[in-house]
Design a protein around this ligand. Sequence first.
Ligand code: GLC
Length: 425
Amino acid sequence: MPTQKSLEQEARRILRANDRGGFTIPTAGLYPFQWLWDAGFTALGWMQFDEKRAWQELKTLFRGQWENGMLPHIVFHRPEATYFPGPERWGVARTPPTSAITQPPVVATFVRWMLERAQDRALAEAEAKSLYPHLLAYHRWFKRERDPDNTGLVTVLHPWETGADNSPAWDQPLARVAVDPALPPYTRRDTAHVDPSQRPHQAEYDRFLTLLEVYKRASFDQLRLLSVCPFRVASLLIDCVLHRANRDLLWLAQRLGFGHQAEIAGWLEASRKGIESLWEEEAGLYFNRDLISREPLRVGVSASFLPLYAGTASPERAERLGHTLQGWASQVRYLVPSTDPQSPFFEPQRYWRGPVWAVVNYLIALGFREYGHEQIAERIRQDTLKLCKVGGFSEYFHPLTGQGLGGRAFSWTAAIYLAWNGWGG
Ligand code: GLC
């Protein structure tokens, strides 16, 4: 069995091997570009042994930012043939080319942590200061273009935006998306790298790509898409991550001497109410919501625990969440499965329908710890470290056997291992 020391060495080796000069790919072949929330987590990993490189990861990510503030979920820094859909299919005329949707906005929070814990104070101060206006522009975009009516919940237009692509939470709203009969033909590349039983179904892929054509026809006009896009949901992953990111943006504004406090505080007030409106008393969980039918998407998923990370939950709700998670723990060997193991949709090996993801564990554990549920937090942390030991630094893990699944030598899993051992918590 590998030791902690040898695993840390291996994790650092993975980040170096996935470094493409200023940005880190999630894994070779399957994901050969820079992804938004992966870049955030990866920066936390770099922070443990090369602070300059950590800040560079975020700077490079922002090269993809649009003039309207949107930070795209993929930046195609250079051409690669092993991934689909690439820049040609997205059709975004920019340099570097990018996708046209976003992902969970973890960056403001991570910039705060990096600033608070940096050894090189001067560098951290300078980098945080230069990133701040770009973060503000990004968060303003969310408010202006994805919640123009100030409901406190952001409208998400694609399952890929949530980071949890094929979560069963999206089954119903995705079923409403009629596959475009004129969908240009395509060849999936993901199933050439990973066993198809661990990847999304074909029916989902056709809908993912149909949505791309909808955006192109609307010239990526967000406000128009808010009424014409056939997929519109409120996602706990986006709303909770954004809420915390706004708390940290407010902190950064104060700490670095920028204004905007009142503006950000207004967003926070709205999103706290929005997130808490997703609570389901009977289930003892938060549910995502379909914004077309206005109905809750009644399936427990790992994101259902994230209001703890957001910090919006009451202590009573935190307690209920703890009980709910104990129930899940009695069904699996390793926490936290991405779908409630008692759900009929639970598939322990298929991507976001059951497997454990180290990055989500990091956020959930932090939430429990901050609410004083130390034991659960520590259990999640230990399970994650154990998974890296038994399953390697894989993309995700089987919650019953610990088997590593999906891509191998995966950057964000390696980064979480380093951050959890380096920073503790
Ligand atoms: C998959 C994941 C997404 C991640 C990306 C790159 O699409 O669902 O969350 O950002 O891979 O790792």
